[in-house]
Write a protein that binds this ligand. Structure first.
Ligand code: S3P
Ligand code: PEP
Length: 425
């Protein structure tokens, strides 16, 4: 186990300008679509982090030529994909703990010729997979399990057609199927039946990027998505900064009464992280977006009653803010967080309460009553967002020690250095 990381306390209001790396969600969609196109393409502004490395590793394993860092490594945030004449096995895919790899690559591998074996981190074996593997079987694929590890025996083509799933545990079941659906003989119609699908902006991101790649998608009927069969256009992709990963830095302004600007904020986006503007403003911060610069000025911090079903990724940041606010908060609509990198509802409650807090789990969220917190250990549970939530709390509570800050490398590889720079260290 690495040494615990002593979260730095902000001894003064934080004033900083921060640039965050590329969006995990956009990077990994762009990589899948680029691989499906079969042509040579570039992804610029790409995330360089574990989840993106796992995705490039998966594509390479399936026979796609991939150069990370541009040709010859000259451009750090560029991924160059070479032309290829089809995906092929045998291959072994390491999904790590990346939802985007474990849910986006099997539908792609269903088009490969040969056997593809999938596995991941110990916790990845517990994350929900049965829905998407069942859907692939219904669409004609031979898959031998309902969770990691499993093997998919590809024949180079998939009949496709119509499938009904319950995607209430993860929007990634829908996104994963849609991303590769144009490659199936009959295309693909996915119908959702069950409790509401979480993280809908992520499905909108999938649909928008498919259309940008020339794929015809019909999403006019609620809970139904139709992807027509056809080619995926060969094109280059430019990745937006990761807005969810910007939120711990913006939170630093809110909890210290400081001012933090994040550069490159898109004026329109499908990223759910954009909702931090509304959330921080509802909690009392002043939020302005001016020419791509998003600035948060802290001015008191009130509690909030918020449904995060569309932007569950923000729950750890919002929970950390709420623990430091001056009134109680309720976070709702996030039962599906129990299937994330860790059970985030249990983890947030355990870690804040471990510092003397008062957090109660509900069926679909958290009730957070701010208390005077004391220093102590903060477990990250191999979850990048649990680690950054600990860092936020540590700005105001002396002696918070995050057991594994390195886990931020999933999507924010330089987090400790970025945090120190923000604090002027
Ligand atoms: O499609 C995506 O890129 C993602 C979808 C969401 O998953 P869930 O719907 O499982 O929450 C989100 O939480 C995850 O971080 C990324
Ligand atoms: C849930 C998350 O990740 P994953 O893509 O692994 O599902 C997340 O990043 O908050």
């Amino acid at each position: 186990m690495p040494q615990p990381w002593s979260a730095p306390v902000a001894t003064a209001p934080v004033h900083a300008t921060v640039t965050v790396p590329g969006s995990k969600s956009i990077t990994n969609r762009a990589l899948v679509l680029a691989a499906l196109s079969g042509g040579a393409s570039r992804v610029t502004g790409a995330l360089r982090g574990r989840d993106a490395d796992l995705m490039t590793g998966a594509l390479r394993a399936l026979g796609v030529p991939v150069e990370v860092g541009g040709v010859g490594g000259a451009d750090r945030d560029t991924v160059v994909l070479g032309a290829h004449s089809g995906l092929r096995g045998p291959a072994v895919i390491d999904c790590g703990l990346a939802g985007t790899v474990m849910r986006f690559v099997p539908p792609l591998a269903a088009l490969a010729d040969g056997e593809v074996r999938f596995d991941g981190d110990p916790r990845a074996r517990e994350r929900p997979m049965g829905t998407i593997l069942g859907a692939l079987r219904a669409l004609g694929a031979a898959v031998d399990g309902d969770a990691l590890p499993f093997t998919l025996a590809g024949t180079g083509a998939l009949p496709g057609g119509q499938v009904t799933i319950d995607a209430s545990a993860s929007s990634q079941f829908v996104s994963g199927l849609l991303l590769s659906g144009a490659g199936y003989d009959k295309g693909l119609t996915v119908r959702h039946e069950g409790r509401p699908v979480p993280s809908m902006p992520h499905i909108e991101m999938t649909v928008a990027m498919l259309r940008e790649a020339g794929v015809a998608v019909d999403d006019s009927e609620p809970d139904t998505w139709r992807v027509e069969p056809g080619p995926v256009a060969v094109r280059d992709w430019a990745v937006e900064p990761d807005l969810s990963n910007a939120t711990p830095f913006l939170a630093a302004a809110a909890v210290t009464g400081g001012e933090v600007t994040v550069t490159g904020w898109p004026s329109t986006t499908t990223q759910p992280g954009d909702a931090i503007r509304r959330i921080l403003s509802d909690m009392g911060a002043r939020v302005t977006l001016d020419g791509g610069a998003l600035t948060v000025r802290g001015a008191g911090l009130t509690g909030i009653d918020v449904d995060l079903s569309a932007e569950g990724e923000l729950a750890p940041t919002v929970a950390a803010l709420a623990a430091l606010a001056d009134g109680p908060s309720v976070l709702r609509g996030i039962a599906h967080l129990r299937g994330h990198e860790t059970d985030r509802l249990a983890a947030l409650a355990a870690e804040v309460n471990g510092l003397g807090g008062d957090v109660e789990e509900t069926a679909d969220g958290l009730v957070i009553r701010p208390r005077q917190l004391r220093g102590g250990p903060w477990r990250a549970y191999a979850d990048h967002r649990m680690a950054t939530a600990g860092a936020i709390v540590g700005l105001r509570v002396e002696g918070v020690a995050v057991d594994d800050i390195g886990t931020t490398a999933k999507t924010l590889p330089d987090f400790p250095e970025m945090w120190a720079r923000m604090l002027g260290a």
